[in-house]
Design a protein around this ligand. Structure first.
Ligand SMILES: Nc1ncnc2c1ncn2[C@@H]1O[C@H](COP(=O)(O)OP(=O)(O)OP(=O)(O)O)[C@@H](O)[C@H]1O
Ligand SMILES: [Mg+2]
Length: 232
């Protein structure tokens, strides 16, 4: 597997150094990884995810994407809009826009033509089981449906990486299971690299690789052994 992102000796502090959210963390994401990040509340999970994709700048240390250090907000913004899809606990859909408009918005930056945007939206809605919902507004949907719209939006620009911060944190167990299945399919069938922050032990256990944070440090990073197929 080739390396997609590398974090080198990153520290992230707040409040003039009094709060250490990430404490000299070195970590990398390989293409094709399916990583679950766990740890107690306040251990730095969201900060690590945000540093991984430039939503937060580390106080010290470097973040390399595809082997090159990315510096500055504009470079990160471009890279994110082209290569990274985001899914958050509280969806962050725009309530005044329709489902289709929320998904299309992600493509406007990229200068995709109106026709291509509409086709892509239809395709995504169908794949995510939301056909016929395109003209509804987010508040008319259930939590699970909203999260599927958010995943459609994350996929709009065909990202190679999806980062998800507690994607099932606001959902009941059935919707939560559907969302996890969807992320697994995107990884398995679409070849997308996935990094999920989760409090949910079951979700973490299904990940190929598990990373645990405590007090801003990585205390374990384990890969699930590959399943061995035994043929008769
Ligand atoms: N913008 C901020 N200003 C000040 N402190 C912050 C900020 N963001 C995070 N922190 C602090 O950094 C530490 C790590 O926060 P982070 O949000 O990464 O934790 P987390 O593991 O994601 O927690 P949770 O499971 O509750 O979401 C915490 O002590 C938090 O209070
Ligand atoms: Mg968090």
């Amino acid at each position: 597997m080739s390396r997609l992102i590398e974090i080198r000796n990153c520290r992230r502090t707040y409040d003039n150094g009094r709060i250490i959210a990430l404490d000299d963390v070195s970590f990398s994401v390989d293409r094709g990884d399916y990583i679950g990040i766990t740890g107690p509340s306040g251990s730095g999970k969201s900060t690590l995810l945000d540093v991984l994709c430039g939503l937060e700048e580390p106080s010290t240390g470097d973040v390399l994407f595809d082997g090159s250090a990315v510096r500055g907000r504009a470079a990160w913004a471009r890279l994110r809009s082209e290569r990274v899809g985001f899914v958050f606990q509280s969806f962050y859909l725009i309530p005044s826009l329709t489902v289709a408009e929320n998904i299309e918005l992600a493509m406007l930056w990229q200068g995709v033509s109106a026709k291509a945007r509409r086709d892509r939206v239809e395709d995504l809605l169908e794949r995510l089981g939301l056909s016929g919902r395109s003209n509804q507004h987010p508040l008319q949907l259930s939590g699970g449906e909203r999260q599927r719209v958010a995943i459609a939006r994350a996929l709009a620009n065909r990202p190679e990486l999806i980062v998800a911060d507690e994607p099932t944190g606001s959902l009941d167990s059935r919707s939560s299971g559907e969302i996890v299945k969807l992320l697994e399919e995107l990884h398995r069938d679409g070849g997308i690299t996935v990094v999920i922050v989760t409090h949910d032990r079951d979700i973490a256990e299904r990940c190929d690789r598990r990373v645990e944070l405590v007090d801003g440090k990585i205390v374990s990073d384990t890969r699930r052994p590959l399943a061995v197929e035994i043929s008769a």
